[in-house]
Design a protein around this ligand. Structure first.
Ligand SMILES: Nc1ncnc2c1ncn2[C@@H]1O[C@H](COP(=O)(O)OP(=O)(O)OP(=O)(O)O)[C@@H](O)[C@H]1O
Ligand code: SF4
Ligand SMILES: [Mg+2]
Length: 353
């Protein structure tokens, strides 16, 4: 594995749960992120997947310092950024930029594209002298495949895909080393999603970027990621190479998620098994004891109510070679292939340009 650029350990974000209007009293906490650990190597893409509300965006916001963690460390090139403030923090923040989900609401409708892409230079004037900014903005627009002559247009004059290109250009303005993309293509038409994903891949090669790529679409995540982390109720429950997660999943939750992935080939579809999970996701304000997945797990046993399963290579796979030997937080982890073998690129027909 290449040198780590980002190391996240014991990351926690709890929001106080209050009652009363005048005299607010804390009656509990929403454990949105509840102990997340991962490493992002330089130049790689880590995909984060999981159902709505499992804490993906909260992790993203903490990585970009838009929100302070309740506990834990985020090390950028070895330095814990959660402990920094003032100038030192500002210097590091430049290096980790975010691309947001919704290109319709994340761009200010009253600002021209030029001003939007230039905005990061207002916060970090040292990144580009004033006289050079217009040229830099035009260069950035060109890099993301937009016409540099359109700097004076407004967001509503662009399509969804083009707007996301503007969001990406803004994310690149300060030449960051890490991009945290929170559902960057979820709001786009399927046909446009592939173009934006392909653009992100090209930019990664061109600028040596490292990506944390968050999405709930497992096919897109597989296409772009080198490694994948599956989140459930504020924690990572399984993580490994894309081959490990997609072809050799060992955690019941991952197996259930994968079993719901649309399979384009009708013959293959007939042979695959759907795992239907019963019950709703518990509230993050009331997380089950032991294994947090146990209330929906068909394999749950008494041990699962008492003992929190740790995220590590399960005992039975420790001596195994290949992608099956990856971290899985389950006491009874076992391999179960749910996707048909040699699956084609996916429902979106993503192809690398
Ligand atoms: N400011 C806040 N105050 C209280 N609870 C919050 C706050 N922000 C997020 N939460 C809760 O934390 C949990 C995780 O939210 P988060 O937005 O990180 O999930 P997500 O995985 O990004 O979901 P989605 O796929 O819908 O975007 C949710 O239960 C959410 O309601
Ligand atoms: S630890 Fe138990 S409840 Fe949790 S995923 Fe494994 S079998 Fe299911
Ligand atoms: Mg989210």
């Amino acid at each position: 594995m290449a040198e780590p650029i980002l190391e996240v350990s014991g990351l926690v974000k709890h929001y106080p749960l209050t009652r009363g209007v005048l005299f607010k009293k804390q009656v509990g906490s929403v454990r949105a992120v509840d102990g997340v650990d991962f490493v992002l190597a330089a130049g790689e893409t880590l995909g984060i997947v999981g159902e709505s509300g499992c804490g993906k965006s909260t992790v993203a916001r903490m990585l970009c310092h838009l929100e302070r963690p309740t506990a834990g460390a985020i090390r950028f090139k070895g330095q814990d950024i959660t402990q920094l403030s003032g100038k030192a923090l500002k210097a590091v923040r430049r290096n980790i930029q975010m691309v947001f989900q919704d290109p319709y609401t994340s761009l200010n409708p009253r600002m021209t594209v030029g001003d939007i892409v230039q905005e990061p230079f207002e916060i970090h004037p040292e990144a580009a002298p004033k006289s050079d900014r217009r040229r830099r903005v035009q260069e950035l627009l060109e890099v993301v495949g937009l016409n540099p002559e359109h700097v004076n247009r407004y967001p509503h004059q662009f399509s969804g895909g083009q707007r996301q290109r503007i969001g990406i250009a803004r994310g690149l303005a300060l030449r960051p080393e890490v991009i945290v993309a929170d559902e960057p293509v979820s709001a786009l038409d399927v046909s446009v999603q592939a173009q934006v994903v392909n653009l992100m891949e090209r930019l990664q090669d061109e600028f040596g970027l490292s990506y944390v790529f968050i999405a709930h679409d497992l096919s897109i995540v597989r296409h772009i990621s080198d490694r994948v982390a599956v989140m459930y109720l504020g924690r990572i429950v399984e993580t490994g190479s894309d081959a490990g997660i997609y072809d050799h999943p060992t955690h019941p939750y991952t197996q259930a998620l994968l079993s719901a992935v649309p399979v384009p080939d009708p013959a293959a579809r007939e042979h695959r098994e759907r795992i239907i999970l019963t019950g709703d996701v518990p509230s993050p304000a009331d997380i089950p004891s032991g294994c947090r997945f146990r209330t929906r797990c068909w394999k749950a046993q008494e041990r699962c109510t008492r003992e929190v399963p740790l995220l590590a290579v399960p005992e039975r796979f420790r001596d195994a070679a290949g992608p099956v030997a990856h971290d899985s937080a389950c006491h009874f982890a076992e391999e179960r292939r749910v996707l048909p073998p040699d699956e084609p690129p996916g429902p979106h027909g993503l192809v690398t340009a």
